[in-house]
Design a protein around this ligand. Structure first.
Ligand code: ADP
Ligand code: MG
Length: 247
């Protein structure tokens, strides 16, 4: 794909995102404004008042996470801030961060490190991507009995392979086709931006994301990234979002 064509697609994604962020932020503002007016209009009992406040805080949190994820997506392509990233260290960090979340949702979270590998990238951005993918896996397991999420790190030829395997709900064909599309979410409190960021970052790093999912059985996300020594020779002509599914 030509370089300028890629740039066009990216700026289109960013302006499309800006438009929908504006739209998405308007909803929480409307809700909070409405409740503020209600509270000002008369005295409510304590339970009702607390209910209003809880909804308002939830809506403000949602607005904040939309803005946070949008800023990550709208960031310019990675460049100067790339370093050698130690994947075992990064994955331990991701698991550490999500242990309480998994515990809360009664999900077994395991890490299997089979290779000592480095990639080129921005540490905190790649960490955010892994957290987004693992968090989805945990959420898919939330309503499934004795479900587990296993994260594996392998070296496959000249690449690092990161697998996130869950025994959760799996995905319908429709969901699989829409993965990565900004704002596509099947969750009541979802932002639908987690995978948009994941696809963008992985492709900028010259890698790929592959998904294998079966409804009622679970999902495997495989992320492939060039090892640090190969990434240094990478050209800037990486393609745009590329997704493979098995179904
Ligand atoms: P969000 O998590 O806010 O909904 P994401 O972009 O992270 O947004 O994910 C988009 C959608 O992809 C989710 O709403 C869910 O339907 C689906 N999804 C992602 N990962 C999984 C998974 N491991 N198992 C089942 N569904 C998933
Ligand atoms: Mg998510």
């Amino acid at each position: 794909m030509a370089k300028n064509q890629m740039r066009l697609e990216k700026s289109e994604l960013v302006s499309q995102l800006a438009a929908s962020v504006a739209h998405e932020i308007r909803n929480p503002i409307t809700v909070v404004r409405g409740f503020t007016q209600l509270l000002a209009s008369k005295e409510y009992d304590r339970d009702t008042t607390m209910g209003f406040y809880t909804t308002m805080v939830d809506e403000l949190d949602r607005a904040e996470s939309i803005i946070g994820e949008y800023l990550n997506i709208a960031k310019p392509p990675l460049g100067d801030d790339e370093t050698d990233v130690d994947l075992p260290v990064l994955l331990k960090g991701a698991v550490q961060a999500l242990k309480p979340y998994a515990l809360d949702k009664n999900v077994d979270l395991h890490l299997t490190l089979r290779a000592e590998v480095m990639i080129r990238g921005n540490y905190s951005t790649v960490l955010q991507v892994m957290i987004n993918v693992i968090k989805n896996a945990i959420e898919a397991c939330a309503d499934v009995d004795s479900a587990s999420v296993v994260i594996e790190l392998n070296k496959v030829k000249t690449n690092a392979e990161l697998k996130v395997v869950d025994t959760g709900s799996g995905m319908s064909k429709t969901t699989l086709e829409k993965l990565g599309q900004p704002y596509y979410s099947t969750k009541s409190q979802g932002t639908g931006l987690g995978l948009t960021l994941a696809y963008k970052v992985i492709h900028e790093l010259g890698g790929g994301i592959f998904v294998d999912s079966e409804e009622g059985r679970g999902t495997t996300f495989s992320i492939v990234l060039p090892l640090a020594e190969n990434a240094l020779r990478r050209t800037a002509t990486t393609g745009f979002v590329h997704l493979e599914t098995d179904s």
